[in-house]
Design a protein around this ligand. Structure first.
Ligand code: SAM
Ligand code: DTB
Ligand code: SF4
Length: 328
């Protein structure tokens, strides 16, 4: 790293953020908020480097849960067909392609409430195979038990993605089939197994700024900051309750940027991923997010079931902004 990019000061990481303090940061004049976030970003990262991951849905649809945003919930009519767990060979083929396109991490997602014990050896084989290709591995399989977490770690899993999704007080309006505490429990099992945590949430679900601050408060006050923090903008899929809610209005893009910048201030050393929702964002908005401290994205034309920008568009955006895909 260039000497100018070395950390200037070691600021202790806090886990005791009050909601009011977070709201005060979020509500700063935007240029001031962006300046502070960009400064903190530079203390810990090279702002020209963006980590690139690729997602694959290894088990799609038919999920028994009722997450109000999710096109994969069985109970909503979204046109997503349920499929069985993919073959390991097919997963590895997709992982090879992702690596060739520039990804350094491969994330396998399954539309499960939680994996059955009999699923774990199959996922473990996928993880081991992807790891052997020289990629970092990530999985997102729903609620995870302590033994399951250890088995996946032993197979070579680096990260487990499990989101807090939103503020505790808004959570019940979005999800009824599992509690916020269930998520904290899974995150505990993941941490205890020594896995790295990928944990973030969704904005644009009709929540208030106070509730966006509540999401960030939940993330920053976890016992350890997640190594990776995905910030998803709701992809409104017709047939899901949130997309069909006439009361919900689109999030002001500057509120999205404020959320990213505040996340950077609260979790200075975490990778901050611009996740779902980039397909409908302009290049200028994404550039503002990178300025605000986002330093990771998903490459590939599909997230799990919804569209993501074409890799050629992302490569062109990196080129125009002078950004580089982080090497492994
Ligand atoms: N079933 C597992 C679970 O719920 O943990 C893993 C997959 S789930 C699709 C992973 C995350 O994707 C969710 O926690 C949510 O934050 C995000 N997500 C799902 N649908 C989304 C949508 N329509 N827009 C934005 N983010 C979404
Ligand atoms: C996360 O926070 N975002 C990604 C990843 N973790 C698994 C998933 C986004 C899913 C968007 C909806 C879909 O494509 O089905
Ligand atoms: Fe199922 Fe995960 Fe979708 Fe919720 S977010 S419905 S648990 S796939």
């Amino acid at each position: 790293m260039n000497a100018v990019l070395q950390p200037l000061v070691e600021v202790p990481l806090r886990h005791d953020w009050e909601r009011d303090e977070i709201l005060a940061l979020m509500g700063l004049p935007l240029p001031e908020l962006l300046f502070r976030a960009a400064a903190v970003h530079r203390e810990h990262f090279d702002p020209a480097q963006i980590q690139v991951s690729t997602l694959l849905s290894v088990k799609t649809g038919g999920c028994p849960e009722d997450c109000g945003y999710c096109p994969q919930a069985q109970r909503y009519h979204t046109g997503v067909d349920a499929s069985k767990l993919m073959d390991t060979g097919e997963v590895l083929e997709r992982a090879r392609a992702a690596k060739a396109a520039g990804a350094t991490r491969f994330c396998m997602g399954a539309a499960w409430r939680s994996p059955k014990d009999r699923d774990i050896p199959k996922v473990a084989a996928m993880v081991a195979g992807v790891k052997a290709l020289g990629l970092e591995t990530c999985a997102t399989l729903g609620m995870l038990g302590a033994d399951q977490a250890r088995t996946l770690r032993d197979a070579g899993l680096d990260y487990y993605n499990h989101n807090l999704d939103t503020a505790p007080e808004f959570y019940g309006q979005v999800i009824g089939t599992r509690a916020y505490q269930d998520r904290l429990d899974t995150l505990g099992h993941v941490r205890d197994a020594g896995l790295k945590t990928c944990c973030g949430g969704i904005v644009g679900m009709g929540e208030t700024r106070l509730q966006r601050a509540g999401l960030l408060q939940g993330l920053a006050n976890l016992p350890a900051h997640p190594e990776s923090v995905p910030i998803n903008l709701l992809v409104a899929v017709p047939g899901t309750p949130l997309a069909d809610d006439p009361e919900r209005s689109e999030l002001d893009p500057f509120e999205f940027v404020r959320t990213v910048a505040t996340a950077r201030l609260l979790m200075p050393r975490s990778m901050l991923r611009l996740s779902a929702g980039r397909e409908t964002m302009g290049d200028e908005l994404q550039a503002l997010c990178f300025l605000a401290g986002a330093n990771s994205i998903f490459f590939g034309e599909q997230l799990l079931t919804t569209p993501n920008p074409a890799t050629s568009r992302d490569v062109a955006l990196f080129e125009r902004l002078g950004l580089q895909a982080m090497q492994a």
